[in-house]
Design a protein around this ligand. Structure first.
Ligand SMILES: NC(=O)C1=CN([C@@H]2O[C@H](COP(=O)(O)OP(=O)(O)OC[C@H]3O[C@@H](n4cnc5c(N)ncnc54)[C@H](OP(=O)(O)O)[C@@H]3O)[C@@H](O)[C@H]2O)C=CC1
Ligand SMILES: CC(=O)N[C@@H](CCC(=O)OP(=O)(O)O)C(=O)O
Length: 346
């Protein structure tokens, strides 16, 4: 059995990790980490765990945890994992960090967009960007994985084949994204109260969202040239789900069949990526609770643009599911172990 510890188990991403790991045949959770609920029963924080989890929350003592766990998930705010990691810890355990601390390779870019000083830049190069479908072989060897987040996973995977095959003018990409409110985490914020969110949709962090440089960096690697794009997130009144609609100029005239072949070349064998039938477009409800990413595209002959659309569950493929997928790769397990949840509906 893989012994797993979760630092930040009382947040939304941590709670989803607990749910997935409890159903995983090869894992045992040995540490429900918390900052505010130390000593309290985990099931008193999340009542869905009543008679499923008997353990109490423990503190975020990474040193002690690293001596006991085979893998530690850090589902904590930006900056925390970077402040905890060191050689001793990494020689004792593997880390999957759900925050952004090790996702961006350029430390100045991280510090500028996140507004915090990076506490352990020496591990940035070593960290593997855990987008499993793209970096699978590197993840298998990693001891520190930077688990990509919800908007970025959806945006990068949806556009990756098009950028990789040089089909797009990469200076023309616009990504319009929507997220359910669980994407903002569990801690109390006025902007996330029911009356502030319900019956309304709003754009936020316009031309300033911290996921912009991450998407640009990863698509830049795919295309072999710098990518500069617009990314506009919107908050929508639903619990879970990310939907991205991306627009870009095509560099040459291509048909539906040609583009579909490109997507198939990359994703036909990917268990978690579902390229939908022609003219069927992703909906968040068809991926909810699962680790699937649904996507599709349409060529707009009139404007010479392609419109690519992707959807995933922000807490599963956008966070905890992808973290478990990474863990499976790091421990030599089949990638979909414990991740066979069928999307729930309604
Ligand atoms: N929500 C989402 O859809 C996604 C989240 N992520 C990432 O996952 C991470 C967690 O996000 P999310 O679950 O939404 O956030 P939440 O606000 O819901 O949870 C944060 C968690 O971190 C713990 N925590 C907060 N501050 C500290 C601290 N100083 N020391 C130790 N633990 C602390 C909290 O503990 P306590 O409750 O005990 O105070 C809580 O368990 C973030 O980095 C986020 O970017 C990534 C992809 C998607
Ligand atoms: C709706 C909402 O507020 N979403 C969060 C992003 C989700 C998240 O936690 O970010 P990471 O993917 O970087 O981990 C935001 O926009 O900041």
């Amino acid at each position: 059995m893989i012994k797993a510890g979760i630092i930040g188990s009382t947040g939304y991403a941590g709670a989803e990790l607990a749910r997935l790991l409890l159903g995983h045949p090869d894992t045992e959770i040995i540490w429900y980490g918390s900052r505010s609920y130390v000593g309290q029963e985990y099931a008193s924080v999340y009542r869905n765990m009543f008679r499923i989890v008997d353990e109490k929350c423990l503190d975020d003592n990474m040193e002690e945890l690293a001596g006991q766990a085979d893998v530690v998930f850090t589902a904590t705010p930006q900056g925390l994992c970077a402040s905890l990691v060191n050689d001793g810890i990494l020689s004792g355990t593997k880390i999957v960090d759900l925050s952004a601390d090790f996702r961006i390779k350029n430390v100045e870019t991280y510090e500028k967009w996140y507004g915090i000083k990076h506490k352990s830049p020496e591990y940035i190069q070593e960290a593997v960007y855990g987008l499993c479908e793209i970096n699978r072989e590197d993840v298998k060897q990693a001891r520190l994985v930077a688990n990509p987040g919800c908007y970025t996973t959806c945006s990068i995977l949806t556009l990756y084949p098009l950028v990789k095959e040089g089909l797009l003018d990469v200076s023309s990409i616009i990504i319009d994204a929507k997220s359910g409110t669980s994407g903002a985490g569990r801690s109390a914020k006025t902007a996330n109260l029911f009356c502030e969110v319900n019956e309304s949709i709003k754009a936020y962090s316009v031309a300033a969202h911290r996921h912009t440089p991450e998407i640009e960096e990863q698509l830049g690697y795919a295309g072999g040239q710098p990518v500069l794009l617009n990314f506009t997130p919107h908050l929508v009144p639903m619990n879970r789900g990310i939907l991205i609609t991306a627009y870009a100029k095509l560099l040459k005239k291509v048909s539906y069949d040609e583009v579909k072949e490109v997507y198939d070349q990359y994703y036909a064998k990917e268990f978690f990526i579902r390229v939908l039938p022609k003219e069927v477009y992703p909906e968040t409800r068809w991926v909810e609770g699962s680790n699937f990413v649904d996507m599709n595209f349409k060529i707009d002959e009139r404007t010479g643009r392609i419109i690519a659309i992707g959807a995933l569950d922000n807490l599963v493929k956008g966070a905890a599911g992808q973290a478990v997928q990474n863990m499976n790769l790091m421990f030599g397990l089949p990638e979909n172990t414990g991740l066979m949840q069928i999307p729930m509906f309604p």
